[in-house]
Design a protein around this ligand. Structure first.
Ligand code: CA
Ligand code: CA
Length: 457
């Protein structure tokens, strides 16, 4: 079923390209040519291999080249013959490699309730859900003063106050007054609205941003409100900043305005985030397909000490999407990656949220307000909105206590969640705990914990 969908996308893309060519508009209107691969695969590489040698041998393009880590990710036009893998280098372990269909296998896991199938200006509980103009004043002229001060006052977007109380955010801010300072959070998504007031002063330098869809240095959201995922990344990044107001966002665009994305783009974005110093990667996207390429990239990122936080998917069933489903793998992948599902304001599983033994944590992912392209504000719902709360929580703790070792931090986060079994009798032990960022950050920054850890060394 999924491959059929993939085919449909690919053939329609081909048809429009041909149409443009037929109209003679290819030069004036089409974007610059982009690398496009039908398949992707990881192959083992040793320090003795050269990139051109590997590319020639397999007949592909190395979109990720990490000989020190022992692998490359290839973009391919033909599936790899599995017999050819691992035979180039004598030192390479012969591994079974599957070739993935590359195109559009990932999708965003959030829904904008505000404009799905409706006009932009719609009501929510009697109020306009997409607000213009004046609301931007929340952020202008001293954004940090809205949120910081250690007073414990709930800040951020006022509409989210109940959610922030639910996860104990005011207590977390009081315990971590650095508010995420010095921590870079990569948001691998549909891009963001780079000009939105909320992001001014909160982005990494432009040399640390990239658009893997447009193949350019400007990861601006594209499309319009009729596109399903337009504004998705902007909302996700805005949630990170509401939790950790002084963290820096590294926007990396991998999803089209319709919310779909290629595996090679996601792989390249994870690689870019690691190379450009992100400490945390947020992936509010997922695929129903397990793929060697993305599993390898999550393994790579976590081996480099980068947290990978992923939404668990919005199908409402027990099928946690990938990469979230890697979050209990053995080794650093499991230790440094976290899967995140969604609950409502009463800590009940959101209807849309996936669940299962492997789900590690849930956070409130319904009607989460955030920035919208065009200096607007609105709300989205989805596990996509829950994931950046966990990413922001890690940023708060990391900035306040950088001495804490990486795996201890995730352990402390998971141990300090709130048990919500009583509200979820159909999903007992299938949701993990609900994020309690207040308890987590207090524990992660406590002198007791720090001294215990230093005493153990
Ligand atoms: Ca662009
Ligand atoms: Ca984990």
């Amino acid at each position: 079923m999924h491959s059929g969908k993939t085919k449909l996308y690919r053939s329609s893309a081909l048809a429009s390209a041909l149409l443009l060519a037929g109209c003679g508009q290819l030069t004036s209107q089409s974007p610059p040519p982009q690398p496009s691969y039908a398949y992707a695969a990881t192959v083992p590489v040793t320090a003795n291999d050269t990139q051109s040698g590997i590319e020639k041998y397999y007949g592909g393009t190395a979109v990720v080249w990490q000989p020190d880590a022992g692998f490359a990710v290839l973009g391919l036009q033909q599936p790899l013959a599995s017999s050819s893998v691992g035979t180039l280098s004598l030192n390479s372990a012969s591994t079974s490699v599957t070739t993935d269909i590359n195109s559009r296998i990932f999708s965003a896991s959030g829904t904008s309730s505000a404009w799905r199938g409706q006009a932009v200006q719609v009501g929510y509980q009697g109020r306009a859900s997409v607000w213009s103009g004046g609301r931007a004043s929340v952020w202008s002229g001293g954004r940090a003063s809205v949120w910081s001060g250690g007073s414990g006052t709930v800040g951020g977007i006022p509409e989210n106050s109940a959610s922030w109380k639910q996860i104990g955010l005011p207590a977390a801010w009081a315990a971590a007054p650095k508010l995420g300072e010095g921590v870079k959070v990569a948001v691998i998504d549909s891009g963001i609205d780079l000009k939105h007031e909320m992001f001014q002063g909160s982005l990494v330098s432009s040399s640390d941003q990239w658009d893997f869809v447009g193949n350019d240095a400007i990861p601006q959201e594209e499309g319009g409100f009729s596109d399903e995922a337009f504004g998705h990344g902007t909302n996700v990044a805005g949630i990170v900043l509401q939790v950790a107001p002084r963290a820096k966002i590294m926007p990396l665009r991998v999803l089209n305005p319709d919310g779909s994305g290629d595996e090679t783009n996601v792989a390249q974005a994870i690689n870019f985030a690691v190379q450009h110093g992100a400490q945390i990667i947020n992936l509010s996207l997922g695929s129903v397909q397990r793929t060697d390429v993305i599993q390898k990239m999550v393994q790579f990122a976590t081996l480099k000490g980068v947290y990978v936080i992923a939404s668990s998917g919005n199908t409402g069933d027990g099928n946690i999407t990938y990469p979230a489903a890697y979050s209990e793998d053995l080794g650093t992948t499991g230790l440094l990656s976290i899967s995140v599902g969604s609950v409502n304001a009463q800590d009940q599983k959101s209807d849309f949220s996936t669940y299962g033994d492997k789900l590690e944590v849930v956070a409130p992912g319904e009607v989460v307000w955030g920035p919208v392209p065009g200096n607007l504000f609105s709300y989205w719902s989805g596990t996509s909105m829950a994931s950046p709360m966990v990413a922001g929580a890690l940023a708060l703790a990391r900035s306040q206590n950088s001495a804490l070792d990486l795996t201890t931090l995730t352990t402390v986060l998971l141990k300090n969640t709130t048990n919500v079994n009583a509200f979820n009798l159909k999903y007992v032990n299938k949701l993990g705990g609900r994020l309690n960022v207040g308890a987590f950050v207090k524990a992660a920054t406590s002198s007791v914990l720090s001294s215990v850890l230093s005493g153990n060394r």
